[in-house]
Write a protein that binds this ligand. Structure first.
Ligand SMILES: *[C@@H]1O[C@H](CO)[C@@H](O)[C@H](O)[C@H]1NC(C)=O
Ligand SMILES: *[C@@H]1O[C@H](CO)[C@@H](O)[C@H](O)[C@H]1NC(C)=O
Ligand SMILES: *[C@@H]1O[C@H](CO)[C@@H](O)[C@H](O)[C@H]1NC(C)=O
Ligand SMILES: *[C@@H]1O[C@H](CO)[C@@H](O)[C@H](O)[C@H]1NC(C)=O
Ligand SMILES: *[C@@H]1O[C@H](CO)[C@@H](O)[C@H](O)[C@H]1NC(C)=O
Length: 367
């Protein structure tokens, strides 16, 4: 009898514990969101090269909108909504994500989430910036996706789900990294503030150099996939931000973790919807909308890292750097060395670099 009761209890406890699905590729995924920078320039920065050496540089990855917020929202909802931000962050209808989100899905499946937000005061802070003046502000709500989610911000849950960046180190140390998290660097560390310094990497590079090894160690410890991406390219093919020889919306995206091959590039076509799709595929979640359902996950990479990309390759965009692919991409055909990529990117990027030094970089991308 006692044995029967114990067995029943054990089964009940096991049922509770195993409520959350086991990830197919990873136990945790972290999205580090940087701002407004072009693929070719990012790929030349030493701190990002150090991250690339730890994983994969996606050389055919594109942002979705030249309004930052819509990119953040797309990753969370699978919807590219032009009304997420209409140019005035203080208008209540703005920055208000009301679609079903990936957080809803994770929660319904017993999976956890959190946003680690640098220079954020915590405590469900709602104003548009912190400090709350445009000269000294480092945190911006418009770059803080969890604070745009209608059914999260201002609820009791927001105090735990929207944390500070200090919480990240604490959670790594305690082994309590959630299944899904974002790291939001402040506006100096996310390459956004070309208005505060003409070189957008002046603050981001040293910060990334200091934090990068912690992110790599955390990925190892938590069996996590980390993705450092940019919301959109700085160039938008306008006269103010000409793309030159580069492609509009081509952004650097760097992935690392124990399930990712090191020091390689990959030129399969991806965009921000691929992140949502990867999360869904990892835990068997339903797609949120049509665009994420239709997107390609980072599946081949994670399923069989040592084989490179076995699928037919997309042609490498001109001006993106990197090697070329041929045939149907068997046995690592698309895994070019990061060093080759950066070298090619430097020569191809020279024209754009000169344009940048002559006046593109000091300009401000306003969103
Ligand atoms: C966001 O939209 C929802 C649904 O329309 C509305 O109930 C809520 O008040 C809005 N929140 C803000 C801050 O505008
Ligand atoms: C960008 O601008 C150039 C020059 O005006 C034009 O040839 C090219 O088609 C444009 N590309 C896109 C993607 O709009
Ligand atoms: C689905 O993907 C194809 C190509 O992969 C693309 O042409 C099409 O626009 C996508 N549809 C949606 C709804 O995103
Ligand atoms: C493509 O590669 C696969 C192995 O991954 C091979 O079976 C197939 O025959 C190849 N197709 C072509 C057209 O080369
Ligand atoms: C990355 O690969 C390149 C060549 O493919 C090599 O020169 C370089 O040393 C590698 N870097 C690391 C950190 O493994």
């Amino acid at each position: 009898m006692i044995n029967l009761i114990s067995t029943a209890t054990l089964l009940a406890v096991t049922a509770l514990v195993s409520a959350a699905p086991k990830g197919k590729w990873f136990d945790s995924i972290g999205i580090i969101m940087s701002e407004n920078e072009d693929f070719w320039l990012t790929a030349q920065q030493p701190a990002y090269q150090a991250l690339i050496a730890q994983g994969v540089l996606a050389t055919n990855y594109f942002g979705l909108s030249h309004v930052s917020e819509q990119n953040y929202a797309a990753i969370i909802t699978g919807v590219l909504d032009p009304n997420i931000y209409r140019g005035d962050a203080t208008t209540p209808a703005n920055l208000n994500i009301t679609y079903p989100t990936i957080l809803d899905q994770l929660k319904a499946n017993g999976l956890t989430y959190k946003q680690y937000t640098e220079s954020y005061p915590g405590g469900c802070y709602l104003p548009d910036m912190y400090p709350d003046d445009p000269v000294n502000a480092l945190y911006y709500k418009r770059h803080s996706p969890f604070n745009m989610i209608s059914n999260l911000r201002g609820t009791p849950e927001c105090s735990s789900a929207i944390g500070t960046y200090d919480d990240f180190a604490n959670d790594v140390a305690k082994g309590t990294l959630p299944n899904y998290f974002w790291i939001i660097p402040n506006d100096l560390h996310n390459t956004h503030t070309a208005d505060k310094d003409p070189n957008p990497f002046v603050d981001a590079d040293p910060w990334t150099a200091a934090e990068g090894p912690k992110w790599v160690a955390a990925a190892q410890k938590a069996n996590a996939l980390f993705i450092n991406t940019w919301d959109e390219s700085r160039c938008d093919n306008t006269t103010k931000y000409p793309c030159g020889t580069h492609l509009d919306q081509q952004i650097a995206t760097i992935l690392w973790g124990p399930m990712v091959p090191k020091n390689t590039t990959n030129n399969k076509y991806w965009n921000h919807f691929s992140i949502a799709r990867t999360v869904e595929d990892n835990w068997g979640l339903k797609p949120l909308a049509t665009a994420d359902a239709n997107a390609t996950a980072f599946d081949f990479l994670l399923a069989n890292p040592s084989a490179g990309n076995p699928s037919a390759g997309n042609p490498l965009p001109s001006g993106s750097g990197g090697g070329s692919t041929s045939g149907n991409g068997t046995s690592g055909d698309q895994a070019h060395s990061a060093a080759t990529l950066v070298k090619a990117s430097m020569s191809l990027g020279l024209m754009g670099m000169v344009a940048g030094l002559l006046g593109v970089l000091p300009n401000v991308v306003s969103f």
